[in-house]
Design a protein around this ligand. Structure first.
Ligand SMILES: Cc1cc2nc3c(=O)[nH]c(=O)nc-3n(C[C@H](O)[C@H](O)[C@H](O)COP(=O)(O)OP(=O)(O)OC[C@H]3O[C@@H](n4cnc5c(N)ncnc54)[C@H](O)[C@@H]3O)c2cc1C
Length: 394
């Protein structure tokens, strides 16, 4: 093939790209770079020197879809360690699994804020002292760099236990990359979080600037899942030098409203390429709706839904079950409160128009005026009724 006519096979992915970065990581001649678009979502950008090997397309979860995941077991679970659960999004099953891997001298990979909290990227931790940085949900698309792909590969090559946690598309990207590199995966535990979509990194950094100017100081810590109110009505808390400077229930925080109404999500999330086919060993989520099924187990610190997709996932959960309160459940029990487990979300009706405003650089104050994301009357009534029901059930 003439050098000028070669172009990477990944070009075919177009707008369906999920931004996992596996194409750039696997390219043997490093001819792709992940670059942000006008909303901050990364996409592969061709530099030069493609040799036409096609590995980028084989690593891509959109172009190379995995086998259907099977649910070998479904449980509700919460760790007995209330401190760990308070620092997690739901039942802290991720924290327990990661501790187990670190205890065996392994490494855990998960999403962490940058020092100024303006961005989220995947990082490696290998000591329990560092575990907190990768715990808890950060509701911004996390960037998985080439260093992470190579780090997982290097750790596995050196015989370490590795836990990688992320969204379905990130799990699929890692698995495809390791398969192409022929890296043995016996020591790898892939943990997927149920994901209804990832919000725009540009909107997040703009929002954080807005919050910082409102409180008169740079916010340096964010907790998207503060349980100070309750797990079911969790709050978003912002801190400056460990002091809480602002906290709002998720339905009152404008950034969260945009996220939860599916307005700020990446396009690929509306037709997720990896849902229930990412090859993860375990799927973890909030067990929303568990209060209707098992009200006796609900408390203010939260409950996880845990789906074991492989025998390795079953064994990993077994290894930590002594530290968990848990009980049997089923996909049928999980899905009503958590449809994102099996299907992609419907977008906010004017999502594209909203994201065009975000991309144009419209100031947050103007975005908030134009896009209030106030819940509809129907949503308000539904919220009031379920609050009343919760109170009646104690
Ligand atoms: C963007 C996003 C959307 C989600 N949507 C849903 C949903 O609709 N329904 C539901 O039940 N659960 C959803 N979750 C998952 C849920 O919030 C919890 O992560 C899950 O219940 C596990 O909780 P935990 O207490 O076991 O672990 P936690 O301590 O909360 O840790 C969970 C893991 O998630 C990883 N993580 C955090 N932020 C990101 C990110 N931005 N990208 C990739 N990985 C990340 C962390 O590295 C950690 O490994 C979502 C999570 C994210 C990040």
């Amino acid at each position: 093939m003439d050098e000028r006519t070669k172009s990477p096979s990944i070009s075919g992915v177009g707008d369906r790209c999920c931004g996992c970065g596996s194409c750039a990581a696997v390219c043997p001649v490093s001819c792709l770079r992940m670059k942000p678009d006008s909303c901050g979502f990364v996409h592969p950008s061709y530099e030069s020197g493609c040799i036409g090997c096609g590995k980028c397309a084989k690593a891509c979860p959109v172009l190379t879809v995995g086998k259907q995941d099977r649910a070998l077991s479904v449980t509700w679970a919460k760790t007995k360690d209330d401190g760990l659960r308070d620092r997690s999004s739901s039942g802290a099953v991720f924290g327990l699994l990661a501790k187990q891997v670190l205890d065996e001298g392994g490494a855990a990979y998960g999403a962490a804020f940058s020092g100024d909290c303006s961005a989220v990227k995947h990082v490696r931790v290998d000591s329990k002292d560092e575990l907190d940085v990768v715990m808890r949900s950060k509701y911004v698309q996390s960037y998985v760099g080439v260093d992470v792909y190579e780090g997982v590969e290097g750790d596995l090559d050196s015989g370490k236990q590795v836990l990688f946690a992320g969204t379905a598309c990130q799990n699929a990207g890692i698995r495809n990359y390791l398969s192409l590199k022929k890296v043995p995966m016996a020591n790898l535990l892939l943990v997927e979080v149920i994901c209804h979509g990832v919000p725009s990194p540009k909107l997040w950094s703009g929002w954080l600037d807005y919050v910082s100017s409102g409180v008169g100081s740079e916010v340096d810590e964010v907790n998207f899942r503060s349980k100070s109110t309750d797990w079911l009505t969790y709050s978003v808390a912002y801190f400056v030098a460990t002091e809480k400077v602002r906290s709002d229930e998720n339905s009152r925080d404008w950034y969260m409203r945009a996220f939860l109404q599916n307005a700020s999500l990446r396009g690929s999330c509306l037709n997720c390429p990896a849902k229930r086919c990412c090859g993860s060993d375990l799927t973890l989520g909030d067990f929303w709706g568990v209060q209707e099924i098992h009200p006796e187990i609900v408390d203010r610190l939260g409950v996880s839904a845990v789906i074991c997709n492989t025998e390795k996932g079953v064994a990993a959960l077994d290894a930590v079950c002594g530290s968990l309160e848990m009980g049997p459940s089923s996909i049928e029990e999980v899905v009503p409160g958590n449809p994102s487990l099996i299907r992609s979300v419907k977008p906010y009706v004017r999502r594209e128009e909203f994201l065009t405003d975000v991309a144009s650089g419209m100031a947050i104050e103007d975005l908030m005026r134009k896009w209030t994301f106030e819940p509809s009357l129907k949503q308000k009534v539904r919220g009031k009724l379920s609050g009343l029901k919760r109170r009646l059930l104690g």
